[in-house]
Design a protein around this ligand. Structure first.
Ligand SMILES: *Cc1c(COP(=O)(O)O)cnc(C)c1O
Length: 465
């Protein structure tokens, strides 16, 4: 059998891919027809495909390559660790240096008294851990009925059975028999789409107070925790009105509900600070991290928990763990990634220099006829596409029709910009420069122009009634 390499013709690679590879979150038959784009290498913020095209990656892979592509330091650390100790577990009275070092580093970086780390192979697994951890915590405290976790519609917390149950994605809940019991969803704080005539401030308060109503309806003695992303990522980069988070924090404090901040996207510089909780003024009891923790170079996730939770859990045997919890190579790579993000001032510069520059340019897209709302926090942003700005109207076509056209135009213009329904989102590597921000905006604007042209020609610029 011939070796499959980067040098094979694209069509052959695509045919082999379609023959044997089932893609995540994809319609296989449709994908096979179009053919998947074959990415062959990457450097900085740019991807190269099998046709030799250079593509600006406005999504940092899947929201994860914070440090940018091509950092040899991370490869070197991985090679060294693989040679020295490629694997060992920490189940049976054993530990190793990379997991010790990374835990200390994370305790240092994390705000407040979040000083203890439980490892997983991904963000989904870490959220599964959180479900079991908060329930075990309350059981150990003599309150075993506190099992329900409140989450939000359109939240994304991962794709395992537990994490997808926590998430509020209707399309995911429609398949495979989820959610699991004792997960409750309240509405998301998406003012642009759902705020009606309310001011953003009033709407933010109302949506936060749904948490209080849910606690009162379910019973305070039944609720274990509330989980939320500081900024909803996969839901479309939904930024809550300013009134939202202080009210959520007040309610969690009042009813002694554990607050889980899912920082899988927001962590490690994405929002302009090390953690989204710092940007939004939240004091979580648990933070879920993954993605930017290793900048995607190795799969790793974790739950970073408070002194109080660690102490309570520490009084029992917590019957939970993964073969790859605290994998030495993943830990070593994550540690080196954090060192570079800090010592090279990447997080600092992203927050202080790039975020304000990107914000100005991104919000400049508001003058485009298709753009109804432009939101951005740090280096994650979204625009809502609309046929009528004044009424904040959705399109009459199936949700995502226009977004898909726009994503297609971006693809053609060598920009990775994702669509969630009819919202377009960006999340570039933190190492993006101002000149590269200009290029991103130029390609985004060109793609929006072409989208408007096509949507107009196809008679799609019609508001839903
Ligand atoms: C991606 C993501 C997850 C899931 O992480 P995986 O590593 O894909 O399992 C969880 N929460 C949020 C907020 C995410 O964006």
């Amino acid at each position: 059998m011939a070796t499959i390499t980067n040098h094979m013709p694209t069509a052959e690679l695509q045919a082999l891919d379609a023959a044997h590879h089932i893609h995540p979150f994809s319609h296989q038959a449709e994908l096979a027809e179009k053919g998947a784009r074959v990415i062959t290498r990457a450097d900085g913020i740019y991807l190269t495909d099998s046709e030799g095209e250079t593509i600006l990656d406005g999504m940092a892979g899947l929201w994860c390559v914070n440090i940018g592509y091509g950092r040899k330091e991370l490869a070197d650390v991985a090679a060294r660790q693989m040679t020295e100790l490629p694997y060992y577990n920490s189940f049976f009275q054993t530990t190793h240096v990379p997991v010790i070092a990374l835990s200390q580093r994370l305790a240092d970086l994390a705000p407040g008294d979040l000083n203890h780390v439980f490892y997983a192979g991904s963000g989904s697994e870490a959220n599964d851990t959180n479900i079991r951890m908060v329930r075990t915590y309350w059981a150990e405290k003599g309150k075993p009925t506190k099992t329900t976790i409140i989450s939000r519609k359109n939240a994304y917390h991962g794709s395992t059975v537990g994490a997808a149950s926590l998430g509020g994605m209707a399309g995911m809940h429609a398949q495979g028999g989820i959610p699991i019991p004792d997960i409750h969803h309240i509405d998301q704080p998406n003012w642009w789409a759902e705020g009606g005539d309310a001011t953003p401030e009033d709407f933010g308060l109302e949506r936060a107070q749904q948490l209080e109503q849910a606690i009162l309806e379910l019973g305070e003695d039944k609720v274990a925790a509330f989980i939320a992303e500081p900024v909803q990522g996969a839901g479309g980069v939904i930024v809550a009105p300013d009134s939202y988070w202080p009210e959520i924090q007040r309610i969690c404090d009042k009813y002694e509900i554990l607050l889980i901040a899912d920082e899988v996207i927001c962590g490690f510089g994405r929002t302009g600070n090390w953690f989204g909780s710092q940007t939004l003024g939240i004091r979580p009891d648990i933070m879920t991290v993954a993605k930017g923790l290793s900048s995607g170079y190795m799969p790793i996730g974790a739950s970073i928990v408070s002194d109080e939770i660690a102490e309570v859990i520490g009084n029992c045997e917590f019957n939970h763990g993964y073969t790859y919890s605290g994998h030495p190579v993943a830990c070593a790579v994550a540690l080196e990634n954090l060192r570079l993000l800090e010592e090279e001032g990447i997080v600092d510069r992203a927050g202080r220099e790039i975020a304000p520059y990107l914000k100005e340019k991104w919000e400049g897209l508001l003058d485009h006829p298709l753009v109804g709302e432009a939101k951005i926090v740090g280096l994650m942003g979204s625009v809502a596409l609309t046929p009528d700005k004044a009424s904040r109207a959705a399109f009459a076509s199936d949700p995502g029709t226009i977004g898909y056209i726009c994503r297609d135009r971006c693809f053609a213009n060598n920009l990775v910009m994702r669509h969630v329904g009819d919202r377009m989102i960006i999340c570039p590597p933190l190492v993006i420069t101002k000149a590269e921000v200009d290029l991103l905006i130029e390609r985004a604007r060109k793609s929006l122009d072409e989208t408007l042209e096509k949507a107009t020609a196809d008679g799609l610029m019609v508001a839903a009634s």
